[in-house]
Design a protein around this ligand. Structure first.
Ligand code: AMP
Ligand code: ZN
Length: 482
């Protein structure tokens, strides 16, 4: 069996990866807070851990890996977005969740085995919070429940900080009801305008960190193999997750992996510098998802990565050559150089160098097979959109068509509106799929009738659902469809 080594943040060293149970290798990755389109930085952990997921599936078998990535759908940023836009929280989180899945699929990311939404696991968070109070690791104060950081002696071990440094760093919120400024929130009170759930401490909502501890425990068990996320999460988020879970008596994650940050043209990405953009912006500009993925994989995940237009252009040219040579070739065997590079702490840069060698050697069958191990040259990522046709309605105010969820291109006067139409349809198609899988035919039929009524023509093809807008398309009816 291929030996995998991974850099473990907790040990500050590379170590041989030995799963707790090779029949069920388990990984948890912190997912997005859903209130806005994913920016390209958010795509980095997705691509990094998707590549690891693919490697683990290859080594241990596709049915022997469980990958959980959550959606944070309760958060003050979401509440603020709802308040400023006048839209409901559920609408915002549903829409953003559908966007996220669609955009990440366009980058060739496989769906994780489970994608829990925080709001569906509140009871488990309440139970864990209550247990931490019971054990003396947390306390209630003015409707809040706080984790007592000094009750956990190893706090700070992951990020290598001492408790006193953290206080000096002043990244902690001081509040009168805290015993210690380091203590962090497990539960906080909600007013009538804020989402809340009943709890022993009154109506309120969970803190962010308890979410991951509770969902990881429920879906992966007390001890699991790998926990991942961007390195901005190491402190405080992951440090807090560890404190909560260890104080519950859970072993929690063995290996901690963190990707470095992404920058744009040498600068930190920020709205004020005008270099902030989303994955969807790039896709809409015609940058294929596969090109984005290739650029990302060219830099090792533990190095800062720079997104530049020049790199994207070079990647596009190189991939176009690879595609041209492999299109009609059956995949051969996976090249050992590619596999060994990946197994060495996910050296995707080395893997791409090896793919380049295969191209030079004209070993296109192996190139095709090996590239798919890192999610390149796959069918889903096809650059041409053969089923594309544009429907003009109402003198051009809507003109779009969709195929599969991945390959939708838009030409429109109002891209915001088209985006929301496309995503709503994508979301409902997924719902229909789920209903069918669950044999809930009443729900599936209701969705079919709802589509017809709104003027969305859906055709099922072997490659997935295709849809287009009929001349009588009615966006209000589509919006109302649930
Ligand atoms: P958020 O929705 O802000 O919690 O972020 C979701 C994920 O994106 C987390 O794993 C972050 O660490 C990661 N992330 C955010 N910004 C960047 C960036 N510029 N580069 C790489 N990863 C990032
Ligand atoms: Zn988390």
């Amino acid at each position: 069996m291929t030996e995998i080594t991974l850099y473990n943040t907790a040990k500050r060293a590379k170590e041989r990866f030995v799963p707790i149970d090779p029949d069920n290798v388990r990984m948890y990755v912190c997912g997005p807070t859903v209130y806005d389109r994913a920016h390209i930085g958010n795509a980095r952990p997705v691509i990094v851990f998707d590549t690891l997921f693919r490697l683990l599936r290859h080594v241990y078998g596709a049915d022997h890996v469980t990958y959980v990535r959550n959606f944070t759908d309760v958060d003050d940023k979401i509440n603020a977005r709802a308040a400023e836009s006048g839209r409901s929280i559920r609408k915002i989180t549903d829409e953003t969740t559908a966007w996220y899945l669609e955009d990440m699929a366009a980058l060739g990311a496989l769906e994780p085995s489970a994608m829990p939404r925080a709001t569906e696991w509140i009871d488990q968070m309440v139970a864990m919070t209550a247990a931490l109070i019971e054990k003396g690791h947390a306390y209630e104060a003015e409707g809040h429940v706080l984790f007592r950081v000094r009750s956990y002696a190893e706090y700070g071990a992951l990020s290598g900080r001492s408790v006193d440094d953290m206080i000096a760093g002043a990244r902690v919120e001081v509040a009168p009801y805290k015993e210690d400024p380091l203590d962090f929130v497990l539960w906080k009170p909600s007013d009538d305008a804020t989402p809340g759930w009943d709890s022993p401490w009154g109506r309120g909502r969970p803190g962010w960190h308890i979410e991951c501890s509770a969902m990881a425990y429920e879906l992966l068990g007390g001890a699991f193999d790998i926990h991942g996320g961007g390195n901005d999460l190491t402190f405080p988020h992951h440090e807090n997750e560890i404190a909560q879970s260890r104080c519950m008596g859970h072993g929690f994650a063995n290996v901690w992996m963190h990707n470095e940050m992404l920058q744009v043209e040498g600068k930190k990405m920020s709205k004020s510098l005008g270099n902030f953009f989303t994955v969807r912006d790039l896709l809409d500009q015609g940058v294929p998802g596969e090109v984005i993925r290739f650029v990302f994989l060219s830099t090792h995940y533990r190095k800062p990565m720079d997104w530049t237009a020049e790199k994207a252009q070079a990647a596009r040219e190189e991939l176009a050559k690879w595609r041209a040579q492999t299109e009609d070739v059956a995949p051969g065997v996976i090249d050992l150089r590619v596999l060994e590079a990946l197994a060495d702490d996910l050296n995707t840069h080395g893997a791409i160098t090896a793919l380049r060698e295969l191209f030079k050697e004209k070993n296109f069958a192996s190139l095709k097979a090996s590239a798919s191990l890192v999610g390149l040259l796959t069918l889903e990522l096809s650059w041409d959109y053969p089923k594309r046709h544009v429907v003009e309605v109402d003198s051009g105010s809507y003109s779009l068509t969709g195929h599969n969820m991945f390959s939708q291109r838009l030409t429109a006067s109002d891209p915001e509106m088209l985006n929301s139409i496309r995503n709503k349809i994508g979301f409902l198609l997924k719902e229909r799929e789920k209903a069918r899988t669950a044999k809930n035919f009443a729900r599936a039929d209701a969705l079919r009738d709802g589509f017809a009524d709104a003027g969305v023509v859906v055709k099922d093809t072997p490659e997935g659902a295709e849809w287009e807008l009929a001349p009588d398309f009615d966006p209000t009816k589509l919006e109302a469809l649930k």
